[in-house]
Design a protein around this ligand. Structure first.
Ligand SMILES: Cc1cc2nc3c(=O)[nH]c(=O)nc-3n(C[C@H](O)[C@H](O)[C@H](O)COP(=O)(O)OP(=O)(O)OC[C@H]3O[C@@H](n4cnc5c(N)ncnc54)[C@H](O)[C@@H]3O)c2cc1C
Length: 382
């Protein structure tokens, strides 16, 4: 039998690549390996589950067995890859060696852990996959007060979702505004006001320094001396690409696993895509770029070397209390921001010296202008 194409990871990157591959090749054996339970789900839906009252089973789209059948592939679940041996074209599952024709790393990004002191520090929960989500829902049963760490996109989405789900939410982050890496201050203020209108209490500036057990739950001690009573703490301080195993195997890494436009790593027959990959210098932790990569890589793996191109890729942030779409200016560009609108309806545009649109952020009613503006945006990887 032929040596299989091996995909590590059954997230959106792994499964979409497998689907695109099968559209072009019905014969080559395909093996998917994942550390988790292998269920197919859409990760972006994890931050909408409380408002829609969906548990982990409700968010699952297909069991791994059904995926295996659909993809005519073998899917090995609960099977962490522990090493790669590029010289012999094989990888390690503990003691077991698995040979590959081509290897694709689609193993995602991992949660950044913040150092926290205190007896209850292990009560900190993170939420980066469906199994985390099941655990979090279990822990949240019968509870009322959630403290969220991090005011990035994911922290804000969870704050919105958990308050719609009936929880009291405090959000702590050491920054001056929400989504500081992504967003101009004016639309950030609109989102913040929206969250506050739901009753979310934002504590911007301090960090969580200590977590202790209290008589009825937990006590979060912030670095500015404030103490917040809560039942659960959800850490959403950010993700970073999984690079350790790639680095140990001698693959070139930077922020992510470095790949060129054909998604090739520094080693022959090893590719990467999705949250773990840094594509021509860009590590974008979103679905749109990974879909473009899956389509291009499927062609390359089936004999037509194909480069990926990214058009504009605006990000829809799921804070329904204040709808937000943002398209940050591409790296290396210089522009000036202008802000129109007021209250929850903000249109912030970033333009270069010639007036060409580089990026935008739209909130509230202004999101209606996205289609017209999208046509004017520059491509991220032309
Ligand atoms: C709450 C939340 C909301 C989001 N909302 C949006 C949104 O609205 N729009 C958007 O574009 N993006 C959104 N994103 C980002 C988007 O979900 C991710 O970019 C995308 O899902 C990443 O897919 P992936 O397949 O690269 O990684 P993952 O889904 O993380 O999959 C990684 C896979 O690799 C496996 N794995 C890891 N290590 C190993 C190992 N050593 N051996 C074997 N298997 C391994 C894992 O088990 C898993 O199967 C959101 C993310 C989160 C967390």
């Amino acid at each position: 039998m032929d040596t299989p194409v091996v995909i590590v990871g059954t997230g959106l990157a792994g499964y979409n690549l497998a689907r695109e591959f099968r559209k072009l090749d019905n014969d080559t054996p395909l093996l998917l390996i994942t550390a988790d339970d292998g269920r197919s789900y859409s990760k972006p839906m994890l931050s909408t589950g409380f408002a829609r009252n969906k548990d982990a089973d409700g968010l699952c789209m297909a069991e791994p067995g059904a995926m295996a059948e659909q993809l005519d592939a073998e899917v090995r679940t609960h099977t962490p890859v522990t090493g790669i041996d590029p010289g012999h074209k094989r990888l390690w599952l503990g003691e077991e060696a698995v040979a590959y024709r081509d290897l694709v790393l689609a193993w995602g990004a991992e949660v950044i852990r913040v150092p926290v002191e205190g007896e209850a520090r292990d009560a900190l929960l993170a939420l980066n996959d469906l199994e985390d989500y099941a655990r979090f829902r279990q822990a949240a049963q019968g509870k009322r007060r959630v403290l969220i760490l991090g005011a990035g996109l994911i922290g804000c989405e969870f704050a919105n979702d958990l308050s719609l789900g009936g929880y009291e939410v405090d959000l702590v982050a050491p920054c001056e505004q929400v989504m500081p890496a992504l967003l101009h201050p004016a639309p950030a203020a609109a989102v913040q006001a929206g969250l506050e209108s739901l009753g979310v209490r934002l504590h911007l500036g301090p960090v969580l320094s200590r977590l202790e057990y209290a008589a009825d739950g937990l006590e979060a001690h912030l670095s500015d001396g404030r103490v917040i009573a809560c039942d659960l703490v959800l850490s959403a301080v950010g993700l970073r690409p999984r690079i350790a195993l790639a680095a140990a195997a001698g693959l070139a890494i930077n922020r992510g696993i470095m790949v060129d436009r054909q998604l090739r790593t520094s080693h022959a027959n090893i590719h990467a895509l999705g949250d773990c990959a840094e594509v021509d210098g860009l590590n974008l932790l979103y679905v749109m770029p990974l879909m473009a990569c899956a389509r291009a890589l499927a062609k390359t793996l089936t004999g037509t070397p194909t480069e990926v191109a990214y058009g504009a890729m605006p990000i829809t942030v799921k804070t329904p209390v204040c709808p937000l779409i943002v398209s940050p200016p591409p790296r290396g560009t210089q522009g000036e921001w202008t802000v129109e609108g007021s209250g929850g309806d903000i249109k912030a545009l970033c333009q270069d010296a010639s007036g060409a649109l580089l990026g935008y952020a739209l909130t509230g009613a202004a999101v209606q202008e996205k289609l017209a503006l999208n046509r004017l945006l520059p491509a991220l990887l032309p």
